[in-house]
Design a protein around this ligand. Sequence first.
Ligand code: NAP
Length: 251
Amino acid sequence: MSKLNKVVLITGGSRSIGAACAILTAEQGYKVCVNFANDENAALGVVKKIKDLGSNAIAVRGDVANEADIKNLFAETKSRLGPLTALINNAGILSKEGRLDTFSAERIARVVGVNVTGSILCAREAVLAMSTRHGGTGGSIINLSSIAATLGAPGVYVDYAATKGAIDTFTLGLAREVANEGIRVNGVRPGIIDTDIHASGGSPNRVEEMKHVVPMQRGGTAMEVAETVLWLMSDKASYVTGAMVDVSGGR
Ligand code: NAP
């Protein structure tokens, strides 16, 4: 694929893992749609960095739990950057750490809405845009899961862990569904990565507090996750689909 024709949409691209993916994809010649939910300034900062790298980027607000926002996100990407060739389904949320017996229905619905429904709806739009069955030229979808899918996250956020288990199963199913339509679908399971997400769970120092349970005895960086995402998207992984790659320091 010509460098000029590569277009990626990154949900939650305004900070942390999503922003690292935005910078690395831009370095590989992608034009980048940086989606964000709230912090426009952060998204515009990522767009500026990409433009400084000599590529093109746009920032588009949208809540991935909202279907109309998703449709607008994909329409803006197509009209302003060109036909989509990759989706990084990165936006994901935690809620406050605790036991299940303290969780409200609203909290659970929001976590499922963003992490599961949002990712599945974004993948649907990407399939409609990229599948050869729909006149597209193929592409790649990367889903951000979590090592929590394999651990269950007891006592902190079993609802979040369950959403990531759903992402693992969805990745496998969709990969097989569109394997003959030019689209590869893979997932990454980060472990404890040093980002802002832990503050939203009420533990801004979670990396420091938990690093002793990681065989490598440290947290990972957003860039270490992004490098794996980029490899899975690249032609170097041309026979890889339906795979989940753990980026978790051995945990
Ligand atoms: P983060 O630092 O909290 O950043 C989240 C990003 O998603 C922000 O850009 C945020 O934008 C955006 N976002 C949040 N809710 C959104 C919504 N409803 N619609 C659209 N965008 C939304 O998160 P992170 O640590 O980079 O995590 C990224 C992904 O990796 C998530 O799926 C997460 O579950 C997964 N993961 C992370 C870790 C870790 O240790 N960090 C471990 C395992 C898996 P605004 O700032 O504008 O709201």
